[in-house]
Design a protein around this ligand. Structure first.
Ligand code: CDV
Length: 311
């Protein structure tokens, strides 16, 4: 019998600097209600879904940026989302900035959690591929300071048995790296949940804006196909205080096809009833890893970081 999971990509429109957590959580609750009314059992929100994309701003004092971080989850402002999930019997995936106390010191991560339909946290992921820079670059139109505000995630790429399937998480820039998907694929992942904040403009090199969406699609579709997994990619979109972010939230099937796509630059729910076993034929044929992979030839992938030209 098919294992079906109706999932919602709950795209968010812009969140401005002046918007409060309470306002944002009210929007998340609204999207959750819409998704639940449509029969969804899982709602996927974007990366850093509770605030504006603050790594675009430089703060001299790191502590000044702490107002964008959550010290507990749920906290006072986010509890209504957990309560509504429990009331509706739906789970959710939420990206947020996490301020943890670990090894006797404050540690900041770009994190995401998976919450079950009982309102309890199933698992947490901390972003590993942090893009951008750590130094202040006043000569570019906006900053991308993830390397300043976050540490590299220290939880690896685990999977969780939840929602009748094998679930994985990644965050934004992680999707561009085939290593992300393959590590999840090697654990039999059946659905990967990914939130993103992708600026429409490439601050490092002039690039046509449509390529930003193309690269998003290529990354999600190849990750899905090459590992026989569903992928749910969810944007924070539109113009945040004049800073443009791409939209195009998508649900990708394990055959690499996009089966649902957001049409707007705003808060929007798109959903699909996913057969979690659909990827089995991909996993058992062209990407039957145990028969076809040749790890004895992949040493460089883990031994080397940058390109090394030796000829
Ligand atoms: N939030 C992100 O990780 N954004 C990157 C941008 C900087 C390219 C992304 O991969 O979309």
């Amino acid at each position: 019998m098919a294992r079906k999971l109706k999932v919602a990509a709950a795209q968010l429109g812009p969140i401005h600097l002046a918007d409060t957590r309470e306002q944002v959580v009210a929007r998340l609750v609204e999207l959750m209600r819409e998704a639940a009314a449509g029969g969804c059992r899982l709602v996927v929100y974007p990366e850093l879904a509770l605030t504006t994309f603050f790594p675009r701003y430089w703060y001299d004092d790191l502590a000044e940026a702490d107002r964008f971080f959550e010290r507990e989850m749920p906290g006072e402002a986010t509890r209504p989302l957990f309560e509504e999930a429990k009331r509706l019997g739906v789970g959710f995936h939420l990206g947020y900035a996490e301020l943890a106390e670990e090894e006797g010191r404050p540690r900041r991560f770009n994190a995401a959690i998976l919450v079950g339909p009982d309102g309890e946290i199933v698992g947490k992921y901390r972003k590993i591929h942090l893009p951008g820079h750590a130094d202040h670059r006043p000569n570019i139109p906006f900053q991308h300071l993830e390397k300043r505000y976050f540490e590299v995630g220290n939880l690896g790429f685990p999977v969780w048995r939840a929602f009748d399937g094998i679930m994985g998480m990644a965050i934004c820039n992680d999707r561009r790296w085939p290593e992300t998907f393959r590590v999840l694929g090697l654990q039999g992942v059946e659905m990967v949940l990914i939130g993103y904040n992708t600026p429409t403009f490439n601050i490092y090199h002039p690039e046509a804006p449509h390529l930003r969406t193309l690269h998003n699609d290529i990354s999600l579709q190849s990750g899905a196909y090459q590992n026989g997994t569903w992928v749910v990619g969810v944007a924070k979109a539109g113009s945040e205080d004049g800073h443009e972010l791409i939209a195009g939230s998508t649900i990708v099937a394990p055959n690499g096809e996009i089966v649902a796509r957001a049409l707007t630059m705003d808060d929007e729910v798109v959903a699909f009833d996913c057969d979690l076993g659909l990827g089995d034929y991909v996993k058992n044929t062209v990407f039957a890893f145990e028969r076809h992979r040749r790890p004895e030839h992949y040493g460089r992938i883990v031994e080397q970081t940058g390109v090394r030209i030796e000829v």
